[in-house]
Design a protein around this ligand. Structure first.
Ligand SMILES: C[S@@+](CC[C@H](N)C(=O)[O-])C[C@H]1O[C@@H](n2cnc3c(N)ncnc32)[C@H](O)[C@@H]1O
Length: 208
């Protein structure tokens, strides 16, 4: 699993390497565009919507929403990734912060129409994911939605099958969402939670 220095080094080649990895149709980026298209489908009206993107990276995905008129607030612990995101979204708002500590002070009392995150939540363990999602529920406007896309599986058996198929490519340090384990932890969050498998190794979690 990469730390912030690793992501800083990856920032320059990130967009291309994701596209190349997606073409290979293998873990971890198989179906990346389809997964993000599904996240986009969850956003009814981007124009004027306040959207928090957690682990925004280069802004590859949020830049499209920005072009459609959304007000993007991005959080990432990699300064080099944020530099790219800022270049793509000059009027965006950006925070250099490690989400292992939740949200930065400036965002704690803020609320958003949508909170999205793509391919970043695997840096938190199951308990950490559930705790963060519960706290993010308090940052949603009425009618708002949280959408988390990542390498993810319906069952622990599906994850094991993907790990076996992926061989040496599998990253044992990353902690992927397994819906049958995570959904029960979200039952008392006050939000309706559902999971959809989109590709062989990725899916989206929707909370509203
Ligand atoms: C695989 S990239 C995904 C970037 C973008 N969301 C996308 O779909 O293209 C993961 C991003 O999450 C950020 N990230 C990982 N762990 C983080 C943490 N603990 N706090 C803040 N950002 C983190 C990385 O710096 C990186 O930009």
């Amino acid at each position: 699993m990469l730390d912030k220095n690793g992501f800083n080094e990856w920032a320059t080649g990130y967009d291309k390497s994701v596209s190349d990895a997606e073409k290979a149709e293998r873990y971890p980026f198989a179906g990346y565009s389809t997964v993000l298209a599904e996240v986009r489908r969850q956003i009814n009206e981007p124009r004027g919507a306040e959207i928090l993107d957690i682990g925004i990276g280069t802004g590859k995905f949020s830049a499209g929403l920005y072009e459609e008129g959304a007000r993007i607030c991005g959080l990432d612990f990699s300064a080099a990734m944020l530099e790219k995101a800022k270049a793509a979204m000059p009027d965006g708002e950006f925070h250099l912060f490690d989400f292992n500590s939740g949200l930065p002070h400036e965002l704690k009392g803020r609320s958003f129409d949508y909170i999205i995150s793509a391919y970043a939540f695997h840096h938190l363990d199951d308990g950490g994911k559930a705790a963060f999602l519960r706290s993010l529920a308090g940052n949603l406007k009425p009618g708002g939605k949280i959408v988390v896309a990542d390498v993810a599986f319906n069952t622990a058996g599906d994850l094991t099958a993907c790990r076996e198929q992926s061989g040496k490519k599998w990253d044992d340090d990353e902690i992927y969402m397994v819906a049958e384990r995570l959904l029960p932890l979200l039952r008392n969050s006050g939000l309706h939670a559902e999971y959809r498998q989109i590709s062989s190794c990725a899916g989206i979690l929707i909370l509203h």
